[in-house]
Design a protein around this ligand. Structure first.
Ligand code: DQA
Length: 149
């Protein structure tokens, strides 16, 4: 049975394609997820995806992942910059954790420079648009292999 990656998408990512396309591109979340699922499948993983505009939904999905997922890849949207609760939830997930952003928050407004999540994930991939998600699959494969090897 293939190992599962939980892919989490936070607030407003359901608006991708129409939301600030000059920053986030014209691809919809569904398109990103379909590509992520295909690459993950080629790398030997199944994917469970959840998008929510509600912090608590994302926190509960992280709790549930403890029993079923080897890795969490998350783009928490603006919760990245404010949610200590999501950071706390992630800190008790012992699998691989990769933070993803389409844009490069470090090159944008100052409120985006803080990531509450950065300290509890294995690493962050930001600024490569759709490619950020592709790189996240590679990172998960390498990190999961490292843990098993
Ligand atoms: C984002 C960056 C965040 O600052 C922003 O709030 C988002 C999207 C990104 O993918 O670039 O919603 O996470």
């Amino acid at each position: 049975m293939s190992q599962e990656i939980l892919l989490l998408s936070g607030p407003n990512l359901d608006e991708l394609g129409i939301r600030s396309p000059e920053i986030y591109g014209y691809e919809t979340l569904e398109q990103h997820v379909i590509r992520f699922e295909r690459l993950a499948s080629e790398a030997g993983f199944s994917v469970r995806h959840l998008q929510s505009n509600f912090e608590g939904d994302l926190i509960e999905a992280v709790h549930a992942a403890r029993a079923q997922s080897v890795a969490i890849v998350l783009n928490a949207g603006a919760l990245t910059h404010s949610s200590w609760a999501l950071a706390d939830a992630l800190s008790s997930f012992e699998g691989v954790k990769v933070e993803v952003h389409l844009s490069n928050p470090a090159a944008r407004e100052s409120f985006r420079h803080l990531s509450t999540l950065a300290g509890v994930v294995n690493g962050t991939i930001a600024g490569f648009g759709a490619v950020s998600y592709e790189l996240a699959v590679q990172a998960v494969r390498r990190l999961v292999d490292g843990r098993q090897g």
